[in-house]
Design a binder for this molecule. Structure first.
Ligand code: GLN
Length: 389
């Protein structure tokens, strides 16, 4: 029986340890090839490290301004304009956060009242649900269903009501690799306008698109005034440990985001913000090479998984593949992933952690392909020789 000195707050107790920490620790213990947590096993470009080192040497080591250093907010505004054609005000509409993972609670705590309903697509990035709980919000789930991870229009319509304060959209989508289509985003926009709700959109994989096109929710008619756009540096520049993210929103929504951000972290690491300026101003050639390299990694992993017997469709975006492991005869994703780590030597994420009903994810497994090709091939060869269908 937990006591006052041992009990985790009941709001958070149901979430236990995040699956990313659990699988990362097991991967180390079993010396598994780690295709679990989504971090690259290669470094981002040298010019970013040089920019951070120069900032440190120049004495940029004290607190940054609470909303972020002005040159980074200016670079983020230019980045948004270059990718979506939308001009935002760096002073009143851009806030730098400690990764998108901080921008999520800053947005929810700053804008959602306890008891408000928030529509969430599942599978979801696990921190959405835990942060909704911290904010006292009531989640309404809409399931993206295999094989193409479409949602049912009437299910989405039913999830909205006058109690709906927001919907969380993540495109390109972790873990399915789905890139939301224009008609899907238009339906979401229509429902937000009809119910006076806002969209919180997590676009951290915005540059990792292989098929189709990334569309930013805030560019849809009527949505600029009711959208908080979250993104970050980590995926696009292979520096997930830098934890530089941002929230872009119209001034009234930015006021809410900042009101929470200032008391969560106050400000984000100063020298790394200077590195982020260099990143966002990288030449076009960097991005072309970045996507081409990831396309190759995606194709290597998808082809290899198919040959081994997984049910798999190439993801349109992100650096994840959500595959079906039914052929191998395991009851659940958790038993499959345990076997994979302990007996095959490959770590992957059991996706039931991303569903409110774990049964919906029981036949699936998530592999990350933000790894060099040799590492992907080693993982595939271990599975080829040790998994039996
Ligand atoms: N976004 C990363 C993933 O999905 C994990 C981030 C984290 O560990 N919280 O793998």
């Amino acid at each position: 029986m937990p006591t006052k000195t041992t009990a985790t707050a009941s709001r958070l107790a149901p979430f236990g340890e995040t699956i990313f920490a659990e699988i990362s620790a097991l991967a180390v213990r079993h010396e598994a090839v780690n295709l679990g947590q989504g971090f690259p096993n290669f470094d981002g470009p040298e010019f970013l490290k040089e920019a951070v080192a120069a900032a440190m040497a120049a004495g940029e080591n004290q607190y940054a301004p609470m909303p972020g250093i002005p040159p980074l907010r200016a670079a983020i505004a230019d980045w948004v304009e270059a990718s979506s054609g939308r001009r935002v005000d760096p002073d009143r509409e851009v806030t730098v956060t400690s990764g998108c993972t901080e921008a999520i609670p800053a947005t929810l705590l700053g804008l959602i009242e306890p008891g408000d309903e928030v529509v969430v697509f599942e599978p979801y990035y696990d921190s959405y649900r835990a942060c909704l709980s911290m904010a006292g919000a009531v989640p309404r789930f809409v399931t993206l269903r295999a094989p193409d991870f479409a949602f049912d229009e009437s299910e989405l319509r039913r999830a909205f009501s006058d109690r709906t304060r927001a919907i969380i959209v993540n495109t390109p989508h972790n873990p399915t690799g789905k890139v939301f289509r224009r008609d899907e985003l238009e339906l979401i926009a229509e429902l937000c306008l009809a119910h006076d709700a806002i969209t919180i959109t997590d676009e951290v994989y915005e540059r990792l698109v292989f098929d189709g096109e990334h569309l930013s929710m805030a560019t849809l008619d009527g949505m600029a005034d009711r959208t908080v756009t979250l993104s970050s540096l980590g995926k696009t520049f292979s520096m997930t440990g830098w934890k530089i993210g941002w929230a872009v929103a119209p001034p009234p929504l930015t006021t809410g985001v900042r009101s929470a951000h200032q008391f969560l972290t106050y400000a984000t690491a100063t020298p790394l913000q200077h590195g982020a300026v260099a990143a966002l101003r990288a030449p076009r050639s960097y991005f072309d090479e970045f996507v081409a390299d990831y396309r190759e990694r995606r194709d290597v992993l998808v082809r290899g998984l198919e040959e081994i017997g997984f049910g798999v469709r190439p993801p349109a975006g992100t650096y994840f593949v959500l595959a079906d492991h039914t052929r191998f005869g395991f009851d659940t994703d958790v038993t499959f992933c345990r076997h994979l780590i302990e007996h095959v030597g490959v770590a992957a994420i059991p996706p039931s952690a991303f569903y409110h009903d774990p049964a919906d994810g029981a036949h699936l497994v998530r592999f990350a392909f933000c790894k060099d090709v040799a590492t992907l091939e080693e993982a595939l060869s271990r599975m080829q020789s040790k998994l039996r269908s």
